[in-house]
Design a protein around this ligand. Sequence first.
Ligand SMILES: [Zn+2]
Length: 298
Amino acid sequence: MDLYTYILIWVCIFGLCLGSFYNVVILRSLSGESIVFPPSKCPKCNHKLYFWHNIPVLSYILLRGKCYFCKEKISIQYPIIELATMILFGLSFIKFGISYKTLFVLFWLSCLLIMTVTDIKEKLVDCNIAIAMGVSGIIYAWLINGWHGVLHSVLGMIAGILIMELVARSGFLIAKTRAMGEADTYVAGALGAMFGIFSITKVLLCSLIASAIFIIPVFLFNRFKQGDRLTCLLFIVFAFFTVLFKLCWQNYFMLILLVLSGIWLTYSVLKGMNNENNRNYLPYVPALSAAALYFIFV
Ligand SMILES: [Zn+2]
């Protein structure tokens, strides 16, 4: 076995173990407990776990997905996060090799993973994680390009915050509520610091596409169930123009139709938020994370 494969295997094992730790971070950032102090215990029966209950993935298989003491089902989230962390770590090493860029990428991917899961689960995001990601983005820019890099990074951060706040507050015009949570602004700022002023708009545009792929279908399905056919129809119109513009007619006429149907759709979606009794924001951190992932690797 050559050295490269050897290191890759250790990076993957490291990813598995950290993934296991991230599960604890996710669980306790939702419950507000300390990350370090209480030893790992079953969330149901509070029994302290033995060391062999904490082995990533393997323990889940050995215990057949049940608590050793009370037989309560263990969430499939645990092995999934562990495997996801392992895969992300492995891919980062393959892509960036032995460099300090890899270390930064591992840190960013970890932050994004934790925030994405808490956003999907409870629509709760720890803004401190986003702040840490932003600061590390500025440090990275300084290492790569010196003070010139810091300038780009800080400008990117400001742009990210401004654009996201503008989008979020546009909700007030129509629905008297923010279109997105405050955490999304923190994350957009962090991404601005990571990717710099010249890339942040592309990253945010990319997140829009990601949200169309991941979030909007679920959102539309709920709308359809509630009897709001118009928003669904508008979405189909918008998607139709997008495909046409991309595939055949890349001209201004199609672009205008695309933008108009997009504005109309956004208006309809935001207006719909006003009608609902339980106003909830779209979870947007997953889309931002997907865009960041795309820009890091592709
Ligand atoms: Zn238990």
